[in-house]
Design a protein around this ligand. Structure first.
Ligand SMILES: Nc1ncnc2c1ncn2[C@@H]1O[C@H](COP(=O)(O)OP(=O)(O)OP(=O)(O)O)[C@@H](O)[C@H]1O
Ligand SMILES: [Mg+2]
Length: 506
């Protein structure tokens, strides 16, 4: 009268194992669930009862105790419905117990016994496969599960088909590993942007080395337009990184389109976003925008319009590549290795430094506006680049731009391949690897020391300049960083150069 079914909970982006133990004993008919179930799990008993009855099974008139072990791990959602139903069937002799210890399952049940989709299937599939068990997942999550499928992942749509499969009366075929061609829609092309050669070059560098980039300039010069063209020049994700990204999206309950799973994420939260929306949280912690942008881009348009407190919470994950969300009972870690592309005007009216329009802002207004961007946050940008007003004749010129996104992406991919052969992308070089691969040339040391003194650069800024110089060398196909690379990298520190001049343009 005791049955055990294996399943998995959802904890951050991991899927810790849970055993559903079902015990039937004599006594007044009742059903109790123990083992730290949250409301969604407690409601499971009503769904499971109706699902069993409507699928033609008998609901045992016994005292039913369901234990979700380990007891100290919080359980939420409807994912335990299917294992609880199978446990009751096995404990009441309606399902043979043989082979149940070699499978795992998860899924919410509808009142007629259909299996509904749940969040976080992909991490559960990966964990079950690592454990050597077959896993049954809801049919609605089949696309997502197929990203990690082998011959031991089975998609199910109804309690009856699950039982038919388990008893051997009608075996279901395992999911085929996913093999679709890339069906991502074409991103807008960089060739649509007339002129703006320096910002375009900066975007190419940022894409190649994963660097953080801040674009600033008057309204309507193409900052948002340039940033939205970044996805078109980013290289596709490697298999391992694509699985990491898909896992985060899976636990956040976002749809995963297998045809587009290798495309790096590009997240552009609105400036009214709260810090929880940005970094994640909530009573049942969910990943925020920075985790959804893991291995991709977080685009912060109109940067100073974000609440300063909200921006400050980005500082730590920008360095560490993860975010730890602490709750009274536990700590959760979500991955958050993203690159930031930000855009801003130089002042509230936007026209400070404009060649023909006068700025209407008082010096205090400008100072307050720019102060929204704290020194430490600014320090975390590798490249600060001005997006200036372009001449009308250039904008009206109908001749196509010489370089398009495809050509830039090819160069970016070559530079990336050089970096990955060394172990990691340049933006993540640190410690020994930084020293080894970002050694400035002899004549460069004097240039750097002078720049540090003149611009008041921090050690962090110095390392960032060296990483950018490394990316420039990789784009040029050079083994070592040359003087020209260093000088160009220093040229992308526009805001260090004008820190003491509120105009933000030199
Ligand atoms: N260099 C350019 N080449 C072609 N079109 C451009 C260029 N710059 C701006 N545009 C046109 O101007 C529009 C506005 O540009 P965009 O929204 O990128 O400006 P912005 O710099 O982000 O302005 P704001 O500071 O107000 O946000 C674009 O949609 C595009 O049609
Ligand atoms: Mg804009």
């Amino acid at each position: 009268m005791l049955a055990t079914i294996h399943t998995r909970a959802r904890l951050g982006v991991s899927a810790p194992p849970v055993m559903v133990e079902v015990h039937l004993s004599n006594g007044l008919p009742a059903l109790s669930i123990v083992g730290l179930p949250e409301t969604g799990v407690k409601e499971s008993k009503d769904r499971v009862r109706s699902a069993l009855l409507n699928a033609g099974f008998e609901f045992p008139a016994k005292r039913i105790t369901i234990n979700l072990a380990p007891a100290d791990l919080p359980k939420e959602g409807g994912r335990f419905d299917l294992p609880i139903a199978l446990g009751i069937l096995a404990a009441s002799g309606q399902l043979p117990p043989e082979g149940l210890d070699t499978i795992e399952c998860l899924g919410e049940l509808s009142l007629d016994g259909a299996v509904r989709s749940v969040f976080g299937v992909l991490p559960a599939v990966m964990a079950a496969r690592a454990q050597g068990r077959t896993i049954l997942v809801p049919q609605a999550n089949a696309e997502e599960a197929s990203l990690a499928a082998g011959d031991d992942v089975i998609a199910v749509n109804h309690l009856l088909t699950v039982c038919a499969h388990l008893t051997g009366s009608e075996r279901l075929a395992p999911l085929q590993p996913f093999e679709l061609p890339d069906t991502s829609p074409e991103a807008p092309d960089m060739a649509d942007v007339k002129g703006q050669h320096v910002p375009k070059r900066a975007l190419e560098i940022a894409a190649a080395g994963g660097h953080n980039l801040l674009l600033f300039g008057p309204p309507g010069t193409g900052k948002s337009m340039l940033a939205s063209r970044l996805p078109g020049i980013l290289p596709p994700l490697t298999d391992g990184h694509a699985l990491e990204v898909a896992s985060v999206h899976s636990v956040a309950g976002l749809a995963i389109q297998p045809g587009q799973w290798r495309r790096p994420p590009f997240r552009a939260p609105h400036h009214t976003a709260s810090s929880v929306a940005l970094v994640g949280g909530g009573s049942a912690p969910r990943p925020g925008e920075i985790s959804l942008a893991h291995r991709g881009v977080l685009f912060l348009d109109e940067l100073p319009e974000f609440d300063r407190k909200v921006l400050e919470v980005l500082r730590e994950p920008m360095e560490s590549g993860e975010i730890v969300i602490s709750r009274a009972a536990r700590q959760l870690t979500f991955p958050a290795r993203f690159q930031v592309i930000a855009a801003m005007n130089p002042c509230p009216c936007g026209y400070r430094g404009h060649p023909s329009i006068d700025c209407q802002c008082t010096p205090q207004q400008v100072a307050r506006y720019q102060a929204k961007l704290s020194g430490p946050l600014l320090d975390r940008f590798d490249l600060h680049v001005e997006v200036p007003v372009q001449a009308g004749s250039l904008l009206l010129n109908t001749a196509p731009e010489k370089v398009d996104s495809r050509q830039i992406r090819e160069r970016v991919e070559l530079a990336r391949a050089r970096q990955l052969a060394r172990g990691c992308i340049n933006a993540q070089l640190s410690g020994k690897a930084l020293q080894q691969h970002c050694q400035p040339p002899e004549e460069g040391e004097a240039i750097l020391s002078r720049a540090m003194e003149k611009l008041g650069l921090s050690a962090r800024a110095l390392h960032r300049i060296l990483r950018v110089a490394r990316t420039l060398a990789d784009l040029a196909g050079d083994e070592a960083i040359g003087k020209a690379h260093l000088v160009e990298a220093l040229g992308y520190r526009k805001l260090d150069q004008s820190r003491n001049q509120p105009s933000m343009v030199s």
